[in-house]
Design a protein around this ligand. Structure first.
Ligand code: AMP
Length: 575
């Protein structure tokens, strides 16, 4: 397929703000999409591989600037200047390529979708000496033969900022529209299930094209391929939780760590986070625990990895172990200083059989059979099965005493639904004043903090529009000095380094930042406010931890903020 055809589609889709129209345009495209062109679907989502694949393009603004400069024969400074004026490197490329075309009167050779994918896919694999030059030449090769419009979209794809308003759910709805005549609702549900299991839009496209719902059910779990985890809803109190999940139910500790999915096949163990990131290398001790204490040729376990203090044996908070998720060096030292215990609470697959449709109780019983609990290594998540509110309350208190976040209530007969926030698993935690938010802007500091960002704009997601809405500015909780020694927290310069490659616009001292980084923050109060476009402002927001295991879509939403605000108001009223 010619890349220009895909660009035309991008234009048509971004030309309408209406979701239904976007779906219609897309459905028409999908109907005509040949099997040989199916990978164009990755590009439509702004990606180059399936969601389950960890490889991301990861190109910085600086590198893109160099590539635009080289391919259009423009000085670097001029590209930077244009960027400052226009504020979008894609548009800068469009303008400069167009200028070049006019001056050379060259007709461009045809860029194909396959060629774009081929070149972009080489980028994440490059390593070592000369990497930057090689990357620039791969991009330059594309830009040199691209039309202005193609250049715009190539650059936006490179920067993971396509801006056409297509989400996985848009493709899902369009697939249902294109290939199913009746029962749209059922089709949408089945397609979503297939996406959540496979995390591969192309695989789901192939299945959907056959037009039979039962074909979609053939999308299987695959060991070694990450799956989206099942998520919990929130309950106000124990009574409400019992009402939602029924009696008796299972109640478990809600551990304050991070989600870890453990895949095992033969002698190989692979670990994933809830973001589908492979963290196998970072946790060699977990591999040993699994091999030693969990029986079975193949399985997928769902668990929470929690930090503890080796001396006191007390559980620590997530904040303490967050660096273990990303750090790729000094693994042994970290493993020694920041040990984790794996708390297994679910099983999705065992010896060749998917267990998603089995009742939770059966899954839990299987865990007890195959995992030998070994404290401070790998254990069964602490659980009681009860109908008694008093017992539930005692268990909850004990969880808090043990430094955990709260408890989870789970319906005993419920199935496992990957990727869904379900009403049969509920969390209860104390009325905390904390939120997971996304950094969408920052401001350079002055004096001893000049050159670094010293305050950060926090945003929550509006689930209706998908936009990030500002809710406050945060500067406290971040450290002055590098945290390389202590390992806990983050300093201004470390956070600045993380955010710089994500800058999308600069004006004076303030910058806009691509929503990628999730931070856990605490605050004193939520107030209504005309100053931020969310309509709310946080009083005294304070940084507590980076959440590298969470993606912006896992962050708290405007709806969550409104609910917390409502709860806070009730508390004012009733003391
Ligand atoms: P939250 O991140 O506040 O939405 O809470 C849900 C998270 O709690 C899950 O994604 C897990 O990482 C974590 N969690 C801790 N203990 C459990 C448990 N026993 N069952 C399920 N999830 C748990």
């Amino acid at each position: 397929m010619k890349y220009s055809k895909l660009c035309e589609l991008y234009d048509n889709i971004s030309g309408t703000p209406k979701r239904l129209e976007k779906t219609d345009i897309l459905a028409k495209f999908l109907k005509e999409l040949a099997d040989s062109d199916k990978e164009a679907l990755y590009l439509l989502l702004g990606e180059i591989y399936a969601d389950y694949d960890e490889k991301r393009i990861g190109i910085s603004n600086q590198l893109v600037i160099k590539a635009i400069a080289k391919s259009t024969g423009t000085p670097n400074e001029k590209v930077v200047h244009e960027w400052k004026v226009i504020g979008d490197l894609g548009k800068v490329a469009e303008k400069l390529v167009s200028k070049k075309k006019q001056s050379t009167l060259s007709s461009h050779s045809e860029v194909t979708v396959q060629k774009v994918l081929e070149n972009l896919r080489k980028l994440p694999d490059l390593e070592g000496k000369g990497t930057v030059e090689k990357k620039i030449s791969l991009i330059t090769e594309l830009l040199s033969s691209a039309s202005p419009k193609e250049a715009l979209y190539i650059i936006r794809t490179l920067l993971s900022d396509l801006r056409i308003g297509i989400k996985e759910s848009t493709i899902r709805d369009a697939l249902a529209k294109a290939f199913f005549k009746e029962s749209k609702k059922d089709a949408i549900r089945e397609i979503q299930d297939a996406i959540d299991k496979s995390n591969d839009i192309v695989e789901v496209f192939e299945m959907t094209k056959k037009g039979k719902l039962k074909d979609l059910k053939k999308v299987h779990l695959e060991i070694g391929k990450p799956i989206k985890v099942m998520l919990a809803q929130k309950a106000k109190n124990i009574k409400e939780a019992f009402e939602a999940v029924g009696k008796p139910c299972a109640i478990e500790y809600k551990y304050d760590g991070f989600r870890m999915l453990i895949h095992k096949k033969g002698n190989e163990v692979i670990l994933f986070t809830r973001r589908l990131e492979n963290v196998t290398k970072q946790f060699p001790e977990v591999i040993d625990y699994v091999k030693k204490y969990a029986r079975g040729d193949s399985f997928i376990l769902d668990s929470e990895a929690v930090g503890f203090n080796r001396q006191t044996k007390q559980y620590t908070s997530f904040q303490n172990i967050s660096q273990r998720i990303r750090r790729k060096y000094d693994i042994e030292k970290l493993q020694d200083e920041l040990p984790v215990e794996v708390n297994v609470f679910d099983i999705l697959y065992y010896n060749g059989e998917a267990l998603l449709d089995k009742p939770f109780k059966e899954r839990t019983e299987l865990i007890r059979k195959i995992v030998k609990s070994s404290p401070y290594k790998i254990i069964h998540a602490k659980q009681i099965i009860t109908s008694d509110e008093k017992k539930a309350n005692e268990f909850y208190k004990q969880a808090l005493k043990d430094n955990q976040e709260g408890v989870m209530f789970k319906n005993l007969t419920a199935i496992y639904q990957p990727g869904k926030r379900v009403g049969h698993m509920l969390k209860i935690k104390p009325e905390g004043r904390d939120l997971d938010l996304v950094i969408t802007g920052a401001e350079y500091g002055t004096g001893k903090r000049s050159g670094w960002f010293s305050s950060f704009i926090l945003s929550c997601k509006d689930e209706k529009t998908g936009k990030y809405l500002e809710i406050g500015k945060m500067g406290t909780g971040v450290k002055e000095k590098s945290t390389a020694q202590s390992g806990i927290g983050i300093s201004f310069n470390e956070l600045t380094e993380k955010l710089k490659p994500l800058i999308t616009k600069e004006s004076g001292k303030t910058v806009e930042i691509k929503p990628k980084i999730v931070v856990a923050i605490t605050y004193q109060e939520i107030q209504p406010s005309p100053n931020y476009n969310s309509g709310f402002a946080l009083r005294f927001p304070r940084f507590t931890a980076l959440r590298p295991d969470k993606s912006p879509s896992d962050a708290n939403t405007l709806d969550n903020v409104k609910k917390d605000f409502g709860r806070q108001k009730r508390n004012w009223r009733y003391g």
